[in-house]
Design a protein around this ligand. Structure first.
Ligand code: ADP
Ligand code: MG
Length: 238
């Protein structure tokens, strides 16, 4: 078997928010690795540090200390411009609120990142169509965002996240705004994408949703308290 290729390597990662009155340790000295082909849920209650971790893993923010290597590139000390560049090249984002352009067709929404990336029109169209078919929306190519359901909008967002071939699909509460049956469809799509080799990290506070991942990292008070799956869960003692 080929040796695993790390996509995320964080070591001794800490994030402290400082205001005039208080310091909050949102992420407290965590270390973990996520390899190519994994499907990981990061789970924890409100206030446990999920959003903070997502901002750092998504190259939207820098840690206070520690290192973060994203697909072979050190991220912890980059400038804002360099962070934006690595984010665009390596990460496909899926948000709770879909973040689609309103009154815009699914095709156009999915083609948008390729327009910014300078990909020629014919290739943009073919690629958008391929990914929309992959998420089961081949029959909704020219519907606008307001003409499709929440679950369908999230599927458009997933197609959009994939068109530039990211190293990592990073989803933040991807089913938070949609009905339960449609949430199951989104999880089935993630599992299919993962079986095809996509690396997925999903932030959630819901056990039901997390259970679709192959590995669950439980965070509490900024620390990892459990990492693994089912019987293979490994308790972490800090
Ligand atoms: P979660 O997403 O799991 O709810 P967060 O990462 O948002 O957790 O928050 C972790 C901790 O950090 C909480 O105690 C929160 O109050 C604090 N926190 C989050 N963002 C800030 C900020 N910008 N300034 C100060 N404290 C913050
Ligand atoms: Mg949060």
């Amino acid at each position: 078997m080929a040796s695993p290729r790390p996509i995320i390597q964080v070591t001794d990662l800490t994030k402290v928010y400082k205001t005039e009155a208080v310091e909050t340790v949102a992420i407290d000295n965590v270390s973990f690795t996520i390899n190519k082909g994994e499907f990981v849920a990061i789970m924890g209650p409100s206030g446990s540090g999920k959003s903070t971790l997502r901002h750092i893993l998504g190259a939207l923010d820098r840690p206070t200390s520690g290192t973060y290597i994203l697909d072979g590139e050190n991220v912890e000390n980059l400038t804002d411009d360099a962070l934006a560049d690595i984010r665009n090249r390596k990460i496909g984002f899926v948000f709770q609120a879909f973040n689609l352009l309103p009154r815009t067709t699914t095709m156009k929404n999915v083609m948008l990142p390729m327009i910014y990336a300078g990909i020629p029109k014919s290739q943009r169209e073919a690629t958008a169509k391929k990914f929309l078919e992959m998420v089961g929306l081949g029959n909704r190519l020219y519907h606008t965002s307001n003409q499709i359901s929440g679950g369908q909008q999230q599927r458009v967002a997933i197609a959009r996240a994939l068109v530039l071939n990211p190293s990592l699909l990073l989803a933040d509460e991807p089913t938070g705004n949609i009905a339960t049956t449609q949430a199951e469809e989104i999880m089935a799509i993630f599992q299919k994408l993962n079986s095809e080799g996509h690396t997925i990290v999903m932030i959630t506070h819901e056990q039901d949703i997390a259970s679709h991942a192959k590995r669950i990292i439980h965070v509490r008070d900024g620390k990892i308290v459990l990492d693994g799956n089912g019987h293979k869960q490994r308790k972490i003692h800090n």
